[in-house]
Design a protein around this ligand. Structure first.
Ligand code: ADP
Ligand code: ZN
Ligand code: ZN
Length: 723
């Protein structure tokens, strides 16, 4: 009798499919196969082999294997099977996220030959108006070894320009110098500064690779030299054949970070992030799958890649909310990193100046080893934080007189200042001062924010945008003006107050153009006096040695939010942005403008000991019975009416009735309408995680059997970041 294989497909189905295995074909779990599916063919991943076929059922046979080795090695399959169960997401979709898009579509698991171009002329003969072609030719002439086609496109040129130059015989395609990655620059592998006493002590406490599984929480204050410590750790611990994974938030994967790692490890460094194209993804994926001894620096999804020789995992800025995937397979990259280290019996280091309450709690419970690094590296000292009460003080562009004075003094000393506008909870909206009307997004339950540069009003939750009007759309009054602070208005006030100093705005709008953030960083790193104005983007990871003053324009959003995570996020943001001050040799100062200078949380903030604040926040979580003291999951529903969304959750609610489980809702979500979808949620709060997991699995099976109202999408979010 032919054997049977159980196969997963890349579909949102909570089931696997059985196929018979033709004579002479041997399958192993994790292998890619081509199978008949309905009237078509599909790519599948083998999950189980040697399954006893049920009598009387005629299974279709597997058509072919895609390669004779498993695309996903055993450990990766285990990781994703566990994740599928933990996050209640269909196994097929989970497994396929570990494949690069090309392999999901059924391409061969081999690299496309690199197309390599060199210049062979100087373009005297080019027509005068062929500016871009001339620019491309000059660019290529500057790259004496030539360049890959993909790099040429990335530098802003087009295929048409290349082809035209090729027709004119000014460029030609040659085989790439091999190995082509080594041609970038002559390699200079260096070691950085010697570790300070505090760094060396911390390094000593971290478990060495090869000693089995361990999880360490590296609590290192901003500027304490965590990155330097990671580099030393990897240098010390990695064998020449080993692989390592360094997870970073998207925004921290800057050329500066990569350069720092390359400096130590040269071409052993590879990167993984959302801007790679399909070809680059396949190349990197193959390196990892083939067990090449790479050190991968990547964002969230890098944790799912098919490593075969992983010996160390580092999660930098482990508190960052971008580690949680917000849609589809809603996994936490940080939590999977810990589970992966456990599966793989290797150490994992979670590093942050403001660790998540979950991780602090795990350290308190003895699950993680707490390693402290509480001195700044080099000669830098931690910044001094003070509160500036702005009740009944006149503000200009959100800034009080004392704050402006402090900026003035900083600039006069030849130093730089950073002005941080906390977007969360605040944004400039257009308001009518006669009738009070504010313009809302027609597709979401949010107000439109006003962007003065292009006189537009935009929704920050969907892509809706419309021109700003001069008059109130409701009562036609011309007292229709922006209220609240945005970075633009603050930038204008600063430019007027300090006409001789560059004022540089850093937010999503000003950095959209490719490479513009690099330009900004270059200006700041020149050290010349300037004022930086920006949002959350400025709070993360940057090292600006000449910034000595940080002004926080508005600290109060988040103090009184209904979201139980808001206070934690506020404190983390404030400490991270404060950490940009005084990283060089000069001391730093932080002024936090607030209307609640007597709030206990802000008072503790000034003492600057994050672990004390975390204790305070944790006892609030305990009292409110929130995570990490409880396990939480949310059923989310969205439909074209709120009624339908609530209806589905009403069906689910009775199924959640179980001992030790509390259910809240169903209720409309905090932003009840987004991009014309009406969203509702049902929150489950459990004492016991295992029991919650079993309950959720049962509910999913039950819901798959039932007929639910049409046109409603429902999903489960385990360990939600947003409530
Ligand atoms: P973190 O990642 O904790 O914010 P970094 O590793 O970026 O800190 O270090 C902050 C600054 O201190 C960097 O400019 C870095 O080059 C410098 N630095 C780190 N360790 C040392 C050291 N042992 N001696 C001198 N300078 C150091
Ligand atoms: Zn009006
Ligand atoms: Zn909208």
């Amino acid at each position: 009798m032919p054997l049977t294989a159980r196969i997963a497909l890349n579909r949102p189905l909570r089931r696997l499919f059985d196929y018979s295995v033709p004579e002479g074909v041997r399958l192993v779990p994790g292998q890619r196969v081509r199978i008949p599916f309905g009237r078509q063919q599909a790519i599948g991943l083998v999950v189980q082999t040697g399954v006893e076929p049920l009598p009387g059922i005629n299974l279709k046979p597997v058509i072919a294997t895609m390669e004779d080795w498993p695309a996903l090695p055993e450990e990766t399959v285990s990781l994703l099977s566990w994740a599928s169960d933990y996050y209640q997401h269909p196994l097929g979709e989970c497994l396929f996220t570990a494949l690069p898009p090309a392999l999901r579509r059924g391409r061969k698991a081999e690299e496309k030959p690199v197309e390599w171009w060199v210049a062979c002329g100087h373009g005297e003969a080019l027509p005068a108006n062929a500016h871009r072609q001339r620019a491309l030719l000059e660019w290529l002439n500057r790259h004496s070894q030539g360049a890959a086609g993909s790099d040429i496109i990335r530098a802003g040129f087009t295929r048409t320009q290349l082809r035209t130059l090729c027709d004119r015989e000014l460029v030609k395609s040659v085989s790439p110098p091999s190995p082509h990655s080594a041609t970038a620059e002559p390699e200079f592998l260096a070691t950085g500064p010697t570790l300070s006493g505090a760094q060396a002590a911390a390094a000593e406490e971290l478990a060495s690779a090869g000693s089995g599984f361990s999880a360490s929480l590296l609590y290192g204050i901003t500027g304490s030299g965590k990155t330097e410590l990671y580099l030393h750790y990897l240098k010390q611990n990695l064998g020449t054949e080993d692989q390592a994974l360094v997870l970073v938030p998207e925004i921290n994967l800057t050329p500066q970070t990569v350069a720092r790692f390359r400096h130590y490890f040269g071409t052993r460094i590879v990167v993984w992030h959302s801007a790679l194209n399909d070809g680059e993804r396949l190349t990197t994926w193959l390196k990892i799958r083939n067990g090449e001894p790479v050190i991968l620096i990547g964002t969230r999804s890098a944790v799912l890649l098919p490593f075969t020789g992983l010996q160390a995992i580092i999660v930098d800025e482990e508190h960052d909310s971008s580690y949680k995937q917000g849609e589809g397979f809603r996994y936490s990259g940080r939590d999977l990193a810990v589970y992966r280290a456990h599966l793989n019996r290797c150490p994992v280091i979670l590093g942050s100046a403001t660790p998540s309450l979950e991780s602090v709690y795990n350290a308190q419970q003895g699950k993680y080893r707490l390693v402290r690094l509480e001195e700044r590296a080099g000669n830098a000292t931690p910044p001094v934080i003070s509160l500036l009460d702005i009740r009944s003080r006149p503000l200009e562009g959100g800034l009080s007189r004392p704050a402006l004075n402090a900026i003035e003094q900083t600039l006069a000393r030849g130093e730089q200042a950073l002005v941080f506008v906390n977007r969360r909870g605040f944004a400039p909206v257009m308001m009518c001062f006669d009738c009070g009307h504010m313009v809302e997004c027609p597709r979401c339950d949010t107000r439109l924010t006003y962007h003065r540069r292009d006189r537009a009003m935009r929704c920050h939750h969907c892509d809706y945008q419309t021109a700003a009007t001069e008059h109130c759309p409701k009562c036609q009054s011309d007292a229709f003006k922006p209220v609240g602070q945005g970075t633009e208005r603050t930038e204008d006030i600063l430019a007027t107050a300090f006409p001789d100093t560059p004022v540089v705005r850093v937010d999503r709008d000003s950095t959209q153009r490719k490479g513009s953030i690099q330009g900004i960083l270059k200006q700041v790193n020149s050290g010349e006096p300037c004022v930086l104005v920006g949002t959350q983007m400025l709070a993360k990871g940057h090292d600006f040695p000449n910034v000595t003053l940080v002004v926080v324009v508005n600290a109060d959003g988040g103090l009184f939010s209904v979201d139980f995570r808001a206070p934690e996020q506020l404190i983390q943001t404030l400490l991270q942005v404060s950490g940009r001050a005084g990283r060089g040799t000069k001391p730093g100062k932080v002024l936090v403008q607030t209307c609640h200078s007597d709030h206990p949380l802000l008072k503790t903030l000034c003492e600057g000991h994050y672990l004390d604040i975390a204790d305070q926040l944790l006892s609030e979580r305990d009292e409110g019975q929130f995570p990490p003291f409880r396990a939480m999951a949310i059923f989310r529903a969205e439909a074209d009416t709120m009624e339908k969304s609530l209806q589905v959750l009403d069906v689910i609610k009775p199924l959640t009735n179980a001992p030790g489980i509390e259910t809240w809702g169903p209720l409309p979500a905090m932003i009840a309408r987004r991009a014309d979808k009406h969203r509702a949620q049902l929150v489950l709060n459990a004492r016991n995680r295992k029991r919650l997991n079993t309950l959720l699995t049962g509910i999913c099976q039950e819901l798959d059997r039932r007929k639910l109202p049409a046109g409603v999408k429902w999903m489960i979010d385990v360990d939600p970041q947003e409530t």
